[in-house]
Design a protein around this ligand. Structure first.
Ligand SMILES: [Zn+2]
Length: 243
């Protein structure tokens, strides 16, 4: 209970800005952002997809960056070689359900089945020795009591995001770059969400190199999710001590 609460609390100032998910935050009190300064972590949702995932893996490899891929189980089963490539490249494999349903409308049994189905799909592709994914992101960022309970029961950590690359107001790589960089500057870093599957992600693939190069130029650290969360915990501790 404590892990997801801390994370939700930390991300709340951003989640509030997401009009698509008003129910997700109704019961949580606003708090001060404790995102570690000048640090970004990269996350990708909805893949793998042969149209976009290989291009994203290439751009990450060229820049020696590690990201977290929140994989939809059914896509993993359709494209097992891409999942293996993600894992071989050193990225973190995370759970994004089996079929990407509207999880927030489902009963507890159905929610748990979706999470376990996502794990089972990844295990069937990567083998039984592959550790069950610890990180989970609910589709569309929607959260319900059943989702939170399942996440806790399965000993997973729920991860949302601070800035999303895709936005209906930006239609060129330059516009996407400017909007994302502005938001990251305003928030001094955060969890960046981009998508590598389901819809046409051509604009994302064209925009990401610009964004990554801007962040490097501006002195941001781009770190794996595990490291980002560790930094965040230390920031929370320092804040609570008044440091
Ligand atoms: Zn998704």
């Amino acid at each position: 209970m404590r892990k997801w609460f801390l994370l939700l609390s930390a991300l709340l100032p951003v989640v509030v800005l997401l009009p698509a998910h008003p129910k997700a935050v109704a019961a949580v009190e606003p708090t001060v952002s404790v995102v570690p300064p000048q640090t970004v972590t990269l996350t990708f949702d909805d893949g793998p997809d042969p149209r976009f995932t290989p291009k994203i893996l290439d751009m990450l490899k060229k820049r020696h960056l590690q990201a977290t891929f929140f994989i939809v189980g059914k896509n993993a089963l359709e494209h097992p070689d891409l999942v293996k490539q993600i894992e071989q490249d050193g990225h973190t494999i995370a759970n994004h359900t089996l079929t990407h349903p509207h999880l927030e409308t489902m009963k507890p049994g159905g929610v748990t089945a979706e999470l376990q189905g996502g794990d089972a799909a990844l295990t069937s592709v990567l083998g039984p020795s592959f550790p069950v994914p610890h990180f989970f992101r609910p589709p569309r960022g929607n959260v319900s009591p059943a989702i939170l309970n399942s996440t806790e029961q399965l000993d997973k950590q729920l991860i949302l995001w601070n800035v999303c690359v895709e936005n209906h107001t930006t239609t060129t790589p330059e516009q996407v770059e400017q909007r994302v960089i502005k938001l990251i500057h305003e928030r001094h870093g955060g969890i960046l969400l981009a998508h590598d599957g389901e819809l046409d992600r051509t604009l994302t693939v064209k925009s990401l190199p610009r964004i990554l190069d801007d962040l490097a130029r501006d002195g941001y650290r781009i770190v794996p999710l595990q490291e980002y969360l560790k930094d965040q915990q230390q920031t929370v501790s320092k804040n609570s001590l008044g440091v």
